[in-house]
Design a protein around this ligand. Structure first.
Ligand code: F3S
Length: 403
């Protein structure tokens, strides 16, 4: 790879031990993927934050990078941690885990990382502009950044994203290059898309078809006239989970779609495909559901307002986690939504989520409106799942009682 003088100095250790290690990681990736040079990044999102996933080895790596003088050179935020940093006791997290998780967060803070722990950094001040080169980990956010925001990122891992933060660079390959952003397969959507749940089902239906292809082309999607921010974050999470996709284009909706003609090879997504996807994520009965969670990806303020409206004056009868970013929670506090929600017995699980928190064995079945949460509820925690529209998930927490 051709490095600039500053990049070469980083690699030679002139900017400290951690910066050298970071540049070594990036240079090695660049060679593997055939990058010709590094590209400066404006924003980083680091994943691998929950101690439940990191373990001792991951914690030691982060502490070592902090002790080696690593400092973030660009705006860098974090993925969800394994607990609510301020309110972990209320979620049943044990003290030993909390101590280790706190050390993880402190190591990031020492490196100048903004310790906002969320998978929707674009709702919490880390919002890149179209065309900006960034280095994000967290598959749902990567898909959102590339497709909905029009920024450019590969699907980074935790160490490569941290390396990008400490150097302000990433190797230029993959989705940083124009030629890899062109669509290769058209999907005609014929089914009904009204609720966020249906966008999650669409992500699974398209994702399954992409997974079956050899080259995993970028999808060009037609037949969607409009989609809210909440619809898009749900769709991105699902498509990334079930199809490994990091970029798609929706005709008339996403910013780069107009640059391309629809690819000639096309598939249809029918109502039967959506119904089948929904059905495939429903194997738990109401009697079995003992855990309810909304906020995968993390909830927007609009969604929290809607939950407060649904819960006002009522009491939940099941463990109900509302997962969101700390800055969103602060706004919910100020607007009175938190008071209403907590009076119902529901719990904010800020900074964390129902997938990365250490809850294996605590519950049997999860009710959610998130296709991604359904996948990991089973894959990571062996929970059964109930996949229902947003309002029905809230109703499930209330024991099925209408007001
Ligand atoms: Fe976010 Fe956790 Fe879902 S990180 S996308 S809420 S699995």
């Amino acid at each position: 790879m051709k490095l600039t003088q500053e990049e070469q100095e980083m690699l030679d250790g002139k900017h400290g031990r951690s910066t050298r290690k970071a540049m070594e990681i990036l240079a090695a990736l660049g060679v593997i993927y055939g990058a010709e040079r590094m590209v400066p990044v404006t924003s980083v999102q680091v994943a691998g934050v929950s101690y439940d996933n990191l373990g001792e080895a991951g914690l030691h790596f982060l502490v070592d990078m902090a002790e080696g003088g690593g400092q973030a050179r660009v705006l860098t935020t974090l993925n969800p941690a394994g607990m609510d940093i301020e309110n972990w006791q209320a979620l049943g997290i044990d003290a030993a885990f909390a101590e280790r998780q706190t050390q993880v967060i402190e190591a990031f803070a020492r490196m100048g990382v903004v310790t906002t722990c969320t998978c929707t950094p674009y709702l919490a001040g880390n919002t890149p502009k179209p065309g900006e080169h960034i280095a994000w980990a967290e598959s749902s956010a990567v898909c959102y950044a590339n497709s909905v925001l029009g920024a450019r990122t590969n699907r980074e891992g935790g160490p490569s994203a941290l390396a990008a933060a400490l150097t302000g660079r990433t190797p230029e390959y993959g989705y940083h290059l124009d030629e890899n952003r062109a669509p290769g397969l058209t999907f005609e959507v014929l089914g009904r898309l009204e609720q966020t749940l249906e966008f999650g089902a669409l992500g699974k239906a398209i994702g399954k078809q992409l997974e079956a292809t050899e080259k995993k082309p970028v999808a060009y999607i037609r037949g969607i006239s409009q989609a809210s921010l909440e619809n898009m974050k749900s769709f991105c999470a699902s498509l990334a989970t079930y199809g490994g996709a990091a970029l798609f284009h929706i005709e008339g909706v996403t910013p780069e779609a107009g640059q391309f003609a629809p690819p000639a090879v096309s598939c249809c997504i029918t109502q039967a495909d959506l119904d089948e996807a929904i059905q495939s994520m429903n194997d738990a009965s109401s009697e079995e559901v003992d855990f309810v969670s909304l906020g995968c990806p993390h909830l927007s303020l609009n969604e929290i307002a809607h939950i407060a409206n649904l819960l006002e004056g009522q009491q939940v009868v099941k463990e109900f986690w509302i997962t969101t970013a700390r800055p969103t929670k602060v706004l919910a506090d100020q607007l009175g939504y938190t008071r209403v929600i907590e009076a119902s017995g529901a719990k904010f699980a800020t900074d964390t989520c129902c997938v990365v928190a250490p809850i294996q064995g605590r519950f049997k079945a999860l009710a959610t409106d998130s296709a991604k949460a359904c996948y990991y509820a089973f894959a990571k925690n062996k929970f059964k799942t109930m996949f229902k529209p947003f309002d029905e998930v809230v109703l499930e927490a209330l024991g099925g009682r209408k007001r």
